[in-house]
Structure formats: C-alpha cells, structure tokens
Design a protein around this ligand. Sequence first.
Ligand SMILES: O=C(O)CCC(=O)C(=O)O
Length: 300
Amino acid sequence: METHTIDVVNSISDEAFKSRYLVPQKPLVIRGLTQNTPAGKKWSLDYIKQVCGDVTVDLYDNTNKNEASAFTKPDLKMNFGDYIANISKDQPGSLRMFLFNMFKKKPELRDDFPCPSIMRGVLGRMGFMFFGAKGVNVRIHQDMDMSNVLLTQFYGRKKVILIAPEYSDLLYKLPLNTHSLVNLDQPDYKKYPGLAYIKAYECILEPGDSLFMPSGYWHYITYLDGGFSVSYRKMALDLKTKIQGLLNVFVYMPLDKVLNVVIGKDWLRYKEQKALKRAARAIAHIKLREVEKGTKVYGA
Ligand SMILES: O=C(O)CCC(=O)C(=O)O
C-alpha cells in the first residue's frame, strides 16, 4: 500500500474549501477551526466529565474483535464519568465510544462547537462524539450514509488512514455492508494481494485539527493517546452517492442483518468468497491495463 500525506491548511474560506476539496472530494486537514470557539478554549476530558459525567453510555470493547462481521453491538454500559476517568490515565485500554449523540443528551454543548460553516447543510445539527482509550483502533469502514465528514480532534492524538471509495474491491469490501475483510493493523499481503495496489492517505490528528473525509472514504483510526473528537456531516454531493447511502441504511444493512441471523456462518462465508472474487477481478483488470500500456509504449 502506497501512502500519501494530506494537504494541511491553517484556515480556509468556504469558497476555497468547496472548489479545492469538497467538489473534487479530496481529503484535507484544517488546523485551528476550534480556536475561536468556546469548545476550543474549555473542552477537556475534565470539562466533558463535569457536563456529561452523569450519563450512562454504550461502550465497545476492542478485544471482542470480529473482523468478518458487519455488526457492531455495544459490549457494555458504563457511567460516562467513570469511563472518562479510565481513559484519562493515558494507559493502554480497549474501550471506545462510537457515534455518541452528545447534543441530544446535552444540547448546551452544541453552542460550544456549532457546525463549522464549511459543513453547513441539512445534517449540520447532528454532532457525534467519539472517545477511545490509548491504543484503541477502529477497524476500517466506510460510513453507511456515505456523507462527507469533518472529524475534529479535541483531546489526545489519533492516526488516521484514509482510502478512496474506488479502492473498495481491492480492500476486500464485504457485500451488502461497509466493512472490509482486512485488518490494517497487520495487513496480510499474501492473503489479500489487492492491498498492494491501493493508494492511501495518512495523517496524525493533534488536538485542534479537523480532518475532512470525503463521501465514502474508508477510514482506519488508531488512538495514539486516550482522547476524543467530534464529527459533523454533510450529505454526499452527487445523486448516485446519496442513493447509495440511503440503500445502505434502509435496504442493504438491514438485509445483511437478516441474512446473518437466518443463514448465519454460511452467509458470512459467501460474503468472504464474494469479496475475494471481486478483489481478484480488480487485480486482473489492473494487470491487463498494465500489459496494454506496456504494449502501446513498446509499439509506439
Ligand atoms: O474517531 C473515531 O473513534 C471514529 C470516527 C469514525 O469512524 C467516523 O467519524 O466515522
């Protein structure tokens, strides 16, 4: 897998963001978007504990990994204050919180960090929080709704690997859902040779950095420290991707869930075989194109 760096800017106008990154669907890191917001000044793990410490939250345990399954069910419930105390220790852990709808629980938090103008739109009121202990990783996935996402880091650092949706077959995407067969922590190039043809982006998010992830971009995240971030979403720009997002949410994922229950392991095996076949076909296409290119150059 070849990795590239992501453009970094200290600030960007709405117009420049739209023409250079949103429309071409190119990732970007923006530094300092939080600087002039109340959140930038006061949000820390302690502050969030003060405001939301009384809430009970769903947690996911990284040690219960099931890479081939599409489904992420919470593993346990915990008092949020206790969980924050746990990740503040900056010791390796395995618990993370995913898609926590903070504004529903504590609407006053929205005023501290309203949706940045570059992401305004119909989804602008939906802010999600993500927390994780040091060492936690979030397996590679696409967001089901295929929205554009702005992920802003508030505490701790995170390593992010981004891969464009056109590499889905080479990434061994499972049919009917938005997960992949591969584990990017220890990529197995022998078992998954398609990985060798992928061009990925990589960055480390520091507190105050916001990462723009275009629609359908695969992301694999490693918490380098215990910490948290907030995401805002903006609907996919083109109709085809919007429809893909709706199909994922309302048709494919529910169907996958039903088939998983009804057919069980055989359904999983079928999906794995399908993912392997699609990747083999994508590799064959690339090789064919290389041969054609070689012939053209040779015959010129
Ligand atoms: O940062 C995280 O913990 C996960 C973020 C994520 O997967 C997302 O924004 O879709």
